[in-house]
Design a protein around this ligand. Sequence first.
Ligand code: TPP
Ligand code: SF4
Ligand code: MG
Length: 321
Amino acid sequence: MVEFDIKPIRVTNEELIENRFSNILKGNHACAGCGGTLAMRIISKAFGRNVIYVIPASCSSVRQGFIPKSAMACPVFNTAFASAAAVASGIAAALKYQGRDDVVPVVRAGDGGTVDIGLATLSGAAERQTNMIYVCYDNEEYGNTGYQRSGATPPGARTTTTPIKGKREFKKPVPVLMADHGVPYVATASIGYVPDMYKKAYRARRQIKNGFRYIHVHFTCPPGRGTDPRDCVGLAKLAVDTGLRPLYEVINGKRYLNGISKKQYLEPDKYMKPVEEYLKYQRRYRGYTEEDVELLNRYRDRYRDLIKRHVKYTNPELEEI
Ligand SMILES: Cc1ncc(C[n+]2csc(CCOP(=O)(O)OP(=O)(O)O)c2C)c(N)n1
Ligand code: SF4
Ligand SMILES: [Mg+2]
């Protein structure tokens, strides 16, 4: 296991705005209000310049664009879905051979590419403790091909492949699975809590420095949700505030809930909003039934149970993060 010093990270909105460097240039091919572009911009600010991105087919490859209209200001390796983590492992080996410990490969994959199609190579790279960062951009659907159901789609959501009753299965708990690989860093993040997301990316890149690091970012996709582009941040925040997308970190095997998610864990009656608050704004839940609400509540409870088993530590120092 990799040893490192964890220090609290403080960041203000002003710093985020003033830190002008981002590997994503202005103007890209994403839809208006795409939460994924916001996530990529903020995360790449925290990662800094010396990264090599590995991007499998996804909306990330749309945001990236292609030469001569590429929106990327750093090297990018486009790859087939299933092989992203394996390709990044190869780049990590080449960098090690060259003695380049200042550069890190970063996978930027969608949820379909992560929790479904790329899971085998992701698990292999984590088990080998490969020196890389893997970021899953979770819009809870196969967005690029028209909003089909993925293993990360939440229960009750109507997608183009679950159009009538909505998905009946739970969301695959991949961050928990990654933590069980014993890697030095796993975090969940959300565009609803931007400074928290920045700090997690910063920690993964600058405090931990090597080993396998996994960040699972939840964001909203206006056409997939059937929402107004300007609501993407508020809607993502509601997903956290209703307890459906808890924010936590697993650092060297120790597990911490962050911010509002920690308060919900300690005092659910006070801090957990009802799931309907989140559903009512989205077309993918249009006409939701009591059965859907009950399914989502069961899903939330099950995920909370999983986290209760996983989150064992609190550290007042880290409460600021
Ligand atoms: C092996 C393979 N199967 C299917 C496709 C078609 N395809 C391209 S992008 C995409 C959706 C990817 O979904 P996700 O990984 O969640 O990323 P998102 O588009 O939502 O960002 C699919 C199915 C492909 N490119 N390669
Ligand atoms: S389909 Fe959704 S995730 Fe993809 S670029 Fe458009 S808003 Fe972003
Ligand atoms: Mg997706």
